[in-house]
Design a binder for this molecule. Sequence first.
Ligand SMILES: Nc1ncnc2c1ncn2[C@@H]1O[C@H](COP(=O)(O)OP(=O)(O)OP(=O)(O)O)[C@@H](O)[C@H]1O
Length: 292
Amino acid sequence: MSRIIEVANLRKQFGRFTAVDDLSFSVTEGVCFGLLGPNGAGKTTTIEMLEGLVKPSRGEIKLFGEPANKKNRQRIGIQFQNTSLQDYLRVGETLRLFASFYAAPASIEDIIELCNLDDILGKDVRMLSGGQRQRLLLALALVNDPDLIFLDEPTTGLDPQARRNFWHLIDAIKQRGKTIVLTTHYMEEAQMLCDDVAIMDTGKFIARGKPEVLLAEHFKGMVIELPKQNLNGRNLTEPYAENGDKVEIYCEQVESSLSRLMQQQVPLTGMQVKQANLEDLFLKLTGHGLRG
Ligand SMILES: Nc1ncnc2c1ncn2[C@@H]1O[C@H](COP(=O)(O)OP(=O)(O)OP(=O)(O)O)[C@@H](O)[C@H]1O
């Protein structure tokens, strides 16, 4: 499989502040690559440099095997966090307007079907629900039949059902062999959709790889989650991290960890035992939770 994106020593400074700090990575064809991290980690700045919207302070970007340029950027589609749509236009008219910007647009009918827009084609874009608007923005990102698609926090603000519906759409796009770069701070979303992830914090990658491989590398067993107040000042013998009003205890064997907790007379009310996910990995690597 060829490398669709290759980045070497990419950096972005805003004045003296380093938003993206010397990233080097590549993304293979047909992969859904997730850039994950909390607010301010540098995800948007990174993809905006790849998209050509922000000039890097340093570093090299290759797209489709060549230095990024106007021509190979025509092969990308972008769904921005916020896109202004033309008031008073309907969904169908908006799609046709965007398609008219390109010499060889994709089939509009195909995109309507893929993005499930049939029922809302006649709807004024100002009247769309959050989920409908995101579906339209995704359709607009596909209108030039791109080989590489950037989705910047596509499901932020959507309710859980709309988010799940959107995941199905992204899956359908993946089935067509397109390469996707997605930013998100929903680790569950990344785990569902991404074949390859980079977890970002303060402008750097702190982990990179397939979600299941990263989790297997960093967690040998299960995670016990307890309300922090249950510890009541006790120091645990198990390795653990604090996450807001909870603590996460990393255990290789649940039974022996539970009996040690009971020996220490830690109350187990409100306890949950769970499989570690990417959110737990972020906490383990940084010592702080994703949502501060
Ligand atoms: N034009 C700018 N001028 C100064 N600082 C900026 C500018 N753009 C971004 N930053 C800063 O760079 C850092 C990274 O921002 P960025 O938007 O890339 O993060 P992010 O991970 O995408 O966060 P979010 O999830 O909130 O979108 C932040 O601290 C942000 O305030």
